[in-house]
Unconditional design. Structure first.
Length: 246
């Protein structure tokens, strides 16, 4: 399988998204916590997945805890990515919050939950329209300089937001929604032209696509900088997604 370098780590282009390892409404722990932990271990230890993508908003907080339970201590070649900048007041409710003091507190909390001294790749989960982008990215850059973040990414970002962020830091990856039913994202072309890894989230449109293998092939064929992160809570589905890559 083709590889890609993201945040300084050379990894297979297909990674694992973890949003589905929660309860209904992306809220709380999954009904089968033991199964969720085992699924993560199977992905990394058996199927060779080396890109695990999570967020403090998943649960909230619960998936970061599951990742630590399953995979800590982390193998050196594993790329562990998380996201900060969203608050979850209720199931299925998501609000951006990009105040610098909140982002700093969120990163510190993610470090504790994940059990690590540095987050390999930390995304700004959403750009908060109420806070200047320079303040949001600037705080993450300060945390990078302090060694608490290895690399900075943007999620659901426009080309103009990427350009603005690049004035303050190196954008290591952009994570936007892209799949065969939602195929248009102007940030994709920007990333391909500028050599920025592009990480499609919801690549299988939350399980609604009839042919997952074809959907992933379509994404991978878009260019060598595209690295999808399909997610699942089903061990059989996990094997179907990743076993061909082993």
């Amino acid at each position: 399988m083709n590889e890609i370098t993201i945040a300084g780590k050379k990894i297979p282009r297909l990674g694992l998204g973890t949003m589905r390892l929660t309860g209904p409404g992306t809220w709380g722990y999954p009904a089968d916590m033991v199964g969720a932990v085992e699924l993560l271990r199977t992905a990394v230890d058996e199927l060779g997945v080396l890109h695990i993508d999570t967020a403090d908003a998943y649960g909230p907080h619960t998936v970061e805890d599951l990742v630590r339970r399953a995979l800590h201590p982390y193998r050196e070649q594993l790329l562990l990515a998380t996201k900060v900048g969203m608050v979850r007041p209720a199931p299925n409710v998501w609000h951006p919050l990009g105040r610098p003091d909140y982002l700093r507190a969120a990163v510190e909390a993610s470090l504790r939950r994940l059990g690590t001294e540095q987050i390999d790749l930390c995304y700004l989960h959403r750009v908060d329209p109420a806070v200047p982008l320079a303040d949001q990215v600037g705080e993450l850059e300060q945390l990078r300089q302090e060694g608490k973040i290895g690399h900075i990414g943007l999620s659901k970002a426009t080309p103009e937001q990427i350009r603005q962020a690049e004035e303050l830091t190196t954008v290591a990856a952009v994570q936007n929604c892209l799949n065969t039913e939602e195929p248009d994202d102007p940030a994709l072309a920007y990333c391909l032209v500028n050599g920025i890894p592009y990480v499609p989230y919801r690549p299988l449109n939350a399980g609604r696509l009839r042919d997952p293998a074809a959907a992933l092939r379509w994404l991978l064929d878009l260019g060598p900088m595209v690295a999808p992160i399909p997610g699942t809570a089903d061990p059989a589905h996990l094997r179907a997604l990743f076993a061909p890559a082993t």
